[in-house]
Structures are given as structure tokens and as C-alpha cells.
Ligand binder design. Structure first.
Ligand SMILES: CC(C)(COP(=O)(O)OP(=O)(O)OC[C@H]1O[C@@H](n2cnc3c(N)ncnc32)[C@H](O)[C@@H]1O)[C@@H](O)C(=O)NCCC(=O)NCCS
Ligand SMILES: Nc1ncnc2c1ncn2[C@@H]1O[C@H](COP(=O)(O)OP(=O)(O)OP(=O)(O)O)[C@@H](O)[C@H]1O
Length: 195
């Protein structure tokens, strides 16, 4: 089995790439969805988040997203603190999920913070979905009905693409000018050669 990691900054289009891979029968673990589930179900994560942010980090058993987002995106130390609580458990969960999908020749994980959260050594190949910061900002503002200021804070919480480019094995260029389907199909062809 080959494990691939799909990453890219906010608004790069990694969910679109993951969706294409899923349609092509490649199971993808969506780290953001699973992290959100674990943040309300995992006793160790809950205990650590409450110790750091107080009981109000949960409201009626649900994550207080506003409080968490305000803390997480305020400064890099905060981002690291939260990621260090949440993502080791996500990684463990991903590896268990991989065992359950043993029969699949290729499986993937989608995470905006594949490198930051230490998933690189859990995958065989990483794929960076790339679009310029300007394009990503515009897409994220539109998708999340947000503001440039708030999205810029999220961009600042993620490793810049110039650093990710040095760590990645493959690149999918998604600036809106080059079709992504042929790029994904080519990528799969290359990956299959390694099986
Ligand atoms: C902070 C939270 C509550 C904000 O929720 P909200 O609905 O406002 O935003 P949403 O979840 O749609 O996130 C939008 C984007 O922000 C970025 N982002 C989210 N969490 C992080 C993080 N820990 N580090 C860097 N960027 C992040 C991602 O690009 C994400 O797609 C939420 O993002 C969250 O629970 N984050 C922790 C889980 C996580 O680390 N997910 C991202 C990596 S897999
Ligand atoms: N090539 C494209 N042309 C136009 N719009 C696009 C393109 N790729 C993605 N989008 C749109 O941009 C937005 C962001 O894409 P997507 O949700 O896949 O990003 P993401 O990398 O998963 O971001 P996040 O980290 O925030 O989850 C979506 O609304 C998506 O439909």
C-alpha cells in the first residue's frame, strides 16, 4: 500500500484534488473532519484543551469554534500548542484507518498542515496543491464569506509554500489556468509505477 499526503494552504484546492482521487476509488482520510470529531470525542484532547483554554472551550458538549479560532490564529506559538494537542492523536487515528484499508493499493490523507503537524513520516509521498496567495485569499474569502484580514491570519498560521515546495514530492498547480484533472491522472500514473 502507498500512502499519499495531500496538502496546500487555505484555499489552494486540496479538497477538490481529494474529491477527484475519491471518485477514482482512492480512499482519502480528511484530517480536518477527523480532527474536529476527535476534539469532541477524545478524552485526552478534551482534557488538554480545557486545561489550556478553560471549560468554555466546549459549549453544550460542542467545540466553541470562535474561542478556539481566536486563540489558534492569534500567534504561531498558539497554533503549535493546539496542533501538538490535536494532531498526534489524528496521526494515530490515520494509521489505524490505514490498517482498515489494507487492501487498497493507494490511500491518502488530506491536511492543510501535513508538514507542520508531523505527518510527513506517516506517508510515502506528499503532494502540494499550489495556487498563489492572492488567488487563495480571494477563494477563501468567497467560500467562507470571510474577510481578507481573517483569512490572512490563517495564512500566517500555515508554513509558506516556498518552504513546503522544498519538502514535497509532487506538485499540482491549481491557479485556475491549468486543468487539474490531467495533473491528477498523471500523478496517479507515476505513483502506480512505484507499486
Ligand atoms: C479553529 C477552528 C475551530 C475554526 O473553525 P472555522 O469553521 O472557523 O474554520 P474551518 O474549520 O473551516 O477552517 C478553515 C481553514 O483554516 C485552516 N486551519 C484550520 N485549523 C488550522 C490549524 N490548526 N493550523 C493551520 N491552519 C488551520 C485550514 O486551512 C482550514 O481549512 C477549526 O478550524 C478547527 O477546529 N481547527 C482544528 C483542526 C485542524 O487542525 N484542522 C486543520 C488541519 S487538518
Ligand atoms: N481551479 C479552481 N478554479 C476555481 N475555483 C476553485 C478552483 N479550485 C478550487 N476552487 C474553489 O476554491 C475554494 C477553495 O478550494 P478548497 O475548498 O478545495 O480548498 P482547500 O485547499 O481544501 O482549503 P482549506 O484549507 O480552507 O480547506 C472552493 O470554494 C473551491 O470550489
Amino acid at each position: 500500500m502507498i500512502k499519499i499526503g495531500i496538502t496546500g494552504g487555505i484555499g489552494s484546492g486540496k479538497s477538490v484534488v481529494s474529491r477527484i482521487l475519491q471518485v477514482l476509488d482512492i480512499p482519502i482520510y480528511i484530517a480536518d473532519d477527523e480532527a474536529k470529531k476527535l476534539m469532541v470525542s477524545d478524552p485526552h484532547i478534551k482534557k488538554s484543551l480545557i486545561a489550556l483554554l478553560g471549560n468554555q472551550v466546549y459549549l453544550d458538549g460542542q467545540l466553541n469554534k470562535k474561542l478556539l479560532a481566536n486563540y489558534l490564529f492569534a500567534k504561531p506559538e498558539h497554533t503549535k500548542e493546539i496542533n501538538d494537542i490535536v494532531h498526534p492523536r489524528v496521526k494515530e487515528d490515520f494509521l489505524t484507518w490505514c490498517e482498515k484499508n489494507q487492501e487498497c493499493p493507494i490511500v491518502g490523507i488530506e491536511s492543510a498542515i501535513l508538514f507542520e503537524a508531523g505527518f510527513k513520516n506517516a506517508v510515502d509521498y506528499s503532494i502540494l496543491v499550489y495556487a498563489s496567495e492572492e488567488v487563495r485569499l480571494e477563494r477563501a474569502i468567497k467560500r467562507d464569506k470571510s474577510t481578507a484580514e481573517l483569512i490572512a491570519k490563517r495564512i500566517a498560521a500555515q508554513t509558506p509554500d516556498r518552504e513546503k515546495l522544498l519538502l514535497t514530492d509532487f506538485l499540482v498547480y491549481n491557479d485556475g489556468n491549468i486543468a487539474i484533472l490531467p495533473q491528477v491522472l498523471f500523478l496517479l500514473q507515476e505513483l502506480k509505477k512505484t507499486i
